[in-house]
Write a protein that binds this ligand. Sequence first.
Ligand code: SAM
Length: 310
Amino acid sequence: MRDRFDREIDYLRISLTDRCPLRCRYCMPAQGVEKFSHDDVLRFEEIERVIRICRELGFVKFRFTGGEPLARKGVLDFLEKLPFPGYYLTTSLAVGNLDLDRINRLPLAGLNVSCDSLKPDRYRWITRRGDLGVFLRNLEGVRVENLKLNVVVMKGFNEDEIEDFIDFAREHRATIRFIEKMDFASGGPGFSSLAGVRDRLVEKGIIEPEGRHLHNSVSRYHDLRGREGKVGFITPVSRHFCPDCTKIRLKANGEIKLCVFAGENFNLRDRLRSEPDDRVIRGWLAGLIARKPYRPEGPRTRETMAEIGG
Ligand code: SAM
């Protein structure tokens, strides 16, 4: 579906839960956030219905996120039974005792894993409770073709780990993506612009100077120089990605978010529960998508990323 600005909106990012075993400083306040009530969280059948309706609207990309999606009870049963293969998953891999064999058998189109430091003490500090060992052990067991490693770069925290991350990602057959910290209702270390990081990597001859953009991704990728692989930069702050944004979000409580920064959400959950006819829901969603803003408009959200789903 094309929106008012001629963008093809065909990507739904679905938060399966607002719960997470971590408390990343830039994502969630120390005291956590008020949890959605159990009844307000979309049931798996309802999520499956939303995906079906969005596919009818021409959506081609679906990503599951959270909170921590792998922490939701029954998530693997749900994903295994989904009649729509080729979906994406974003996870911190911070859950102990993950059933990696089952995860490796999922028909995933791609897996994004998040980790902001390769130093155990820093990892613990930024996540307030995480254990880098759990992440590393899980990562060792992951066998997924399209693996991406997401790193939020923050002032005075992990700017000195950029090159370590590039090597680490190559060792794990992953594509590295550096992300600018967005200012949400949380906290954490300060913002660090990726323009400087990128320029330094070009100057040192580590990456090629020219970047490129792929459809359905807000990253700009630069090839590694003289080595196989690429480095992605996601710069929501220093360079708005609005022209490249093709997605809308579904929060775990069934609210639709047209723009990550927007203060206004739209209640799909109550519609799903009162309206049996998919065509009515489809028409409502189509009307919403047409209204997707180009730049953050109106009051900014007061939600945390943990609630929005990244
Ligand atoms: N728990 C999963 C994970 O850690 O990947 C999925 C949810 S998490 C909210 C999704 C992504 O959002 C993570 O890569 C996280 O680093 C990123 N994120 C959270 N808060 C952010 C912020 N303020 N700015 C930029 N990225 C953020």
